[in-house]
Design a protein around this ligand. Structure first.
Ligand code: SF4
Length: 102
């Protein structure tokens, strides 16, 4: 894997994206359970999965368009932190999953 994103789209199709508290309440993002409305207690929102970014029917991120992030400039913090060429231990399991899908 290179140090540059080759826009394979695999990471945006494999993992659930949990919004932080400020992201969840910002109103900028569509979430899986948005029809239920915002949950005032973020712990409850998080436990129920209400802070998970909306997915398409195939399980990929709602904002993934033609293997590219359509909200790149305001993408959630977890998306900013992750990179498939990362050497950080905390990402190794995710990177292994990506390798299996490629
Ligand atoms: S918000 Fe953008 S970077 Fe994050 S998973 Fe969705 S498409 Fe990928």
């Amino acid at each position: 894997m290179s140090n540059k994103c080759d826009q394979c789209g695999v990471c945006c199709s494999l993992f659930l994206i949990n919004l932080s508290e400020s992201e969840y309440y910002s109103g900028k993002y569509k979430t899986q359970l948005e029809k239920l409305g915002l949950i005032k207690n973020f712990s409850l929102a998080s436990e129920s999965g209400s802070n998970i970014l909306k997915q398409k029917k195939d399980g990929s991120c709602f904002y993934l368009k033609k293997n590219s992030c359509s909200i790149h400039k305001i993408r959630p913090q977890v998306c900013r932190e992750f990179f498939c060429a990362s050497k950080a231990k905390k990402f190794q399991e995710m990177i292994n999953q990506i390798k299996k899908k490629r």
